[in-house]
Ligand binder design. Structure first.
Ligand SMILES: C[S@@+](CC[C@H](N)C(=O)[O-])C[C@H]1O[C@@H](n2cnc3c(N)ncnc32)[C@H](O)[C@@H]1O
Length: 278
């Protein structure tokens, strides 16, 4: 049986999103159903895919191909980032993905790193649990609460499309915890929406987003954040200019030294930052 991941058209979904309680209720029901259904085999993917995997928009060959390509490309970028920081895969004993979702990246990372060396965490605990059980990684509690219990543990910590959604103070809190959990000489890699993304903000096709306001925030403060109007949680779309992100890292996690910034390196729209712990 092939149950589609997304059942509503964008237009219908957008009109539901305009009434927050209705959208929130529908989303809860959708996730509860996905949790009930669990995981299934999807042709073209190694390992099963969870019904709640929001990164897999459908099981069409085209979407599955894009899902895999994006993940493989990111694993390649991780390898390049390690090289820029003077490391390589063979020197990574413990690697943590913060914001692993339902394992899109770990599914591919297993080709580079033995799963016994991979740790994952996510606000969506079900996602972290699934990633761990399906791909042989280990799930840990949120890094904001667990870093103190595992200082200096990780050689590599990465976050893909996480700081692209968080308000600045939450990014700062997360960065401080990530730095605490890293080994000296460890490498942090994360993506952001940068200036190039702001200049092409229409690509996100968000009916509520004012591109002029994004550009204004970027030029005035080097930062713009807006919560998804249909969410109750503090979660939305975030942009950082390169200098603003570097300033934030210096303030929140001064033990991290800047290694590299690659504008629009991921999929031609997210920026990629590399830092190393002193
Ligand atoms: C856009 S998704 C990306 C998922 C995955 N990195 C990928 O690219 O396939 C962002 C993920 O970050 C998670 N997230 C947001 N804030 C987080 C935090 N403070 N700690 C851990 N996960 C977080 C969300 O729950 C979500 O699963």
């Amino acid at each position: 049986m092939n149950i589609p991941t997304k059942v509503l058209s964008k237009d219908i979904l957008d009109s539901i999103k305009r009434t927050r309680p209705v959208y929130a209720f529908g989303r809860r029901v959708r996730f509860a159903l996905g949790s009930r259904l669990g995981a299934r085999v999807v042709p073209g993917l190694g390992g099963r895919a969870h019904y709640n995997d929001f990164m897999l928009s459908s099981t069409d060959a085209e979407h599955v191909g894009g899902y895999r390509r994006g993940a493989r490309q990111f694993v390649e970028l991780l390898g390049r980032s390690l090289g820029e920081a003077g490391r390589d895969w063979s020197s990574i004993d413990a690697c943590l993905e913060v914001g692993c979702g339902y394992g899109r990246i770990v599914r591919e990372l297993r080709d580079r790193l033995d799963p016994s060396r991979i740790y994952v965490t996510d606000v969506i605990e079900e996602g972290a649990r699934f990633t761990a059980s399906e791909f042989g990684a280990s799930a840990i509690p949120l890094i904001e609460s667990s870093a103190e219990t595992m200082p200096g543990k990780f050689d590599l910590v990465y976050l893909l499309s996480v700081y692209t959604h968080l308000r600045r103070d939450l990014v700062a809190r997360n960065l401080a915890a990530v730095a605490r959990a890293m080994k000296s000489g460890g490498v942090a890699v994360f993506t952001t929406h940068g200036q190039g993304s702001a200049e092409t903000a229409e690509r996100y096709e968000q009916y509520w987003l004012d591109k002029g306001a994004v550009l204004q925030g970027m030029s005035a403060e080097g930062y713009y954040y807006e919560r998804y109007p249909y969410y109750y949680d503090e979660y939305g779309l975030t942009w950082f200019r390169r200098d603003a992100m570097q300033a934030l890292v210096s303030e929140a996690a001064p033990e991290l030294e800047f290694i590299a910034h690659h504008p629009m390196a991921l999929d031609g729209h997210q920026d990629l930052f590399v830092f190393r712990k002193r």
